[in-house]
Ligand binder design. Structure first.
Ligand SMILES: *[C@@H]1O[C@H](CO)[C@@H](O)[C@H](O)[C@H]1NC(C)=O
Length: 353
């Protein structure tokens, strides 16, 4: 029995123990989890809406490390200054590009009030490789490429994303940076992706030399604004069945449901890409084709006390917009927490004691 199966067994047992919920509902949750984890080779993330929420982010789970066997598998982490190469796939309004770039540029220490995006990345930088080198705290945008012509169509697949990257690195002056580069493919809201909305909101992996000529760590994240905001931009949109009597949606910090939702998915993928770029460094579970990584462990959790469908204690600005982090240019963002190897719990800079 793999550790992953053992974890699921434990989850089932704990689920059955939790009061106020039928066993059947919990089984559905676990089944959904298995499906998501089992799909494809890439490392997927699908934030789960409350009715499907597993115990991964419950308060009990948050406070306890006994089920988490996050281990280091001796591979590299991104310990040198990280160069992000952005590939804007499809038509992207300038304002949305600026919003995403402001988030990425807020990761390196920039003047922003606490709790800041740079404070949030501090948890990620606690991960080290076998030489003791920490994940870098320096993250910059080293290049951008706009694929306005949808070079590989308006429907992408897990493999054609690699061709999108190949097209970008072949288009000079977009460089091949296999030392410090990570490639981030962001698709516009009219682009569909294999399994988007059903199984994934984003994923990361590395390119195959046969496709791209190099092994490059990359991530893909799509704008779910038109296709499935209730799945991939939760909690800025909520499923219809939760409409009556439910908590309702929260207002996004930059008034853009799709892109504000993407920011947390991008954050999740960057954290995992940095700690597991070749899928042989930091993850839980015995199966490297379905690893549980440092973002997965805290999905749906944005503040203290979160879990069981509650995102946790976050802040609201004067206009009622929800956020938990400050960034450059007085931007605000709502970003999920990350598993801390020191605290052995999900952690974020907006924690309240
Ligand atoms: C590097 O990681 C270790 C172990 O998590 C941590 O104790 C240390 O503070 C980190 N150093 C820096 C510079 O972040």
């Amino acid at each position: 029995m793999s550790t992953l199966m053992l974890l699921l067994e434990l989850l089932l047992l704990t689920a059955a123990w939790q009061c106020g919920r039928s066993e059947e509902t919990e089984r559905v949750r676990v089944r959904v989890r298995v499906r998501v984890r089992g799909k494809g080779r890439e490392v997927n993330w699908k934030p789960q809406v409350p009715s499907q929420r597993s115990l991964w982010s419950s308060k009990r789970y948050e406070g306890s490390s006994e089920f988490v066997k996050l281990r280091y598998h001796m591979g590299p982490v991104l310990s040198s200054p990280i160069n992000i190469y952005l590939i804007w796939y499809g038509k992207w309004p300038q304002s949305e590009k600026l919003l995403i770039k402001d988030f990425l540029l807020s990761i390196s220490s920039t003047p922003a009030p606490s709790p800041s995006v740079a404070d949030w990345w501090r948890t990620v930088s606690l991960y080290t490789d076998q030489t003791g080198a920490n994940i870098s705290r320096s993250v910059s945008i080293a290049g951008e490429y706009a694929d306005l012509q949808y070079s590989h169509g308006t429907h992408l697949t897990r493999l054609s994303v690699q061709e999108v990257i190949a097209t970008a690195v072949q288009a000079k002056p977009f460089p091949v940076d296999h030392r410090n580069g990570i490639y981030l493919v962001l698709s516009s809201q009219d682009v569909t992706m294999e399994d988007f909305c059903r199984a994934v909101c984003g994923f990361h992996y590395f390119t195959f030399p046969s496709k791209v000529g190099y092994t490059l760590p990359y991530a893909w994240v799509g704008n779910s604004g038109k296709q499935c905001p209730e799945v991939c931009a939760y909690p800025f949109a909520v499923p219809g069945y939760m409409g009556g009597g439910g908590p309702g949606h929260l207002d996004p910090p930059n008034a853009d449901v799709g892109v504000d939702g993407m920011v947390s998915v991008i954050a999740h993928e960057l954290a995992e890409l940095s700690s597991n770029p070749l899928v042989n460094a930091w993850y839980a579970g015995e199966d490297p084709t379905a690893p549980t990584e440092i973002g997965d462990l805290c999905e749906g959790l944005y503040g203290s006390g979160g879990g069981g469908g509650y995102i946790g204690n976050v802040m609201k600005d004067g206009r009622g917009r929800t956020f938990n982090l400050n960034g450059r240019n007085r931007r605000r963002f709502l970003v999920q927490w990350i598993w801390s190897p020191v605290l052995k719990a999900c952690a974020g800079p907006n924690a309240i004691d």
